[in-house]
Design a protein around this ligand. Structure first.
Ligand SMILES: [Zn+2]
Length: 102
């Protein structure tokens, strides 16, 4: 797990806070919560086979299979799987579209 205050993840943590607004488990803020982006793949027509395999693994909660997807390109749309740990209350699984351009 990556601490949400780690220097390298500040932008990502800010984006995740904005997206969720509150923890989906405890409904409060993110103090002492941690997250990790653990899988991602490119969302593009030529990568459709991999994209749908990613979604199938996510739907079936096949975590090891999902972790095998580590494809990312800064100039391509992506889908990202993130685990959010709520202290003492468990994990939330978040799937997020990550467009390269706004
Ligand atoms: Zn929480």
């Amino acid at each position: 797990m990556i601490d949400n205050v780690a220097e390298g993840s500040k932008i990502r943590a800010k984006r995740l806070r904005k997206l969720l607004q509150s923890c989906p488990i405890c409904q409060s803020g993110f103090a002492d919560h941690q997250y990790s982006q653990f899988a991602m793949t490119i969302n593009a027509e030529e990568n459709a086979e991999s994209y749908y395999a990613f979604l199938k693994a996510a739907d079936n909660r096949e975590w090891q299979e999902l972790c095998s997807f580590q494809e990312f390109q800064g100039d391509r749309d992506a889908i990202i799987a993130t685990a959010l740990r709520c202290p003492g209350k468990g994990l939330a699984f978040i799937l997020e579209d990550d467009p390269w351009a706004l």
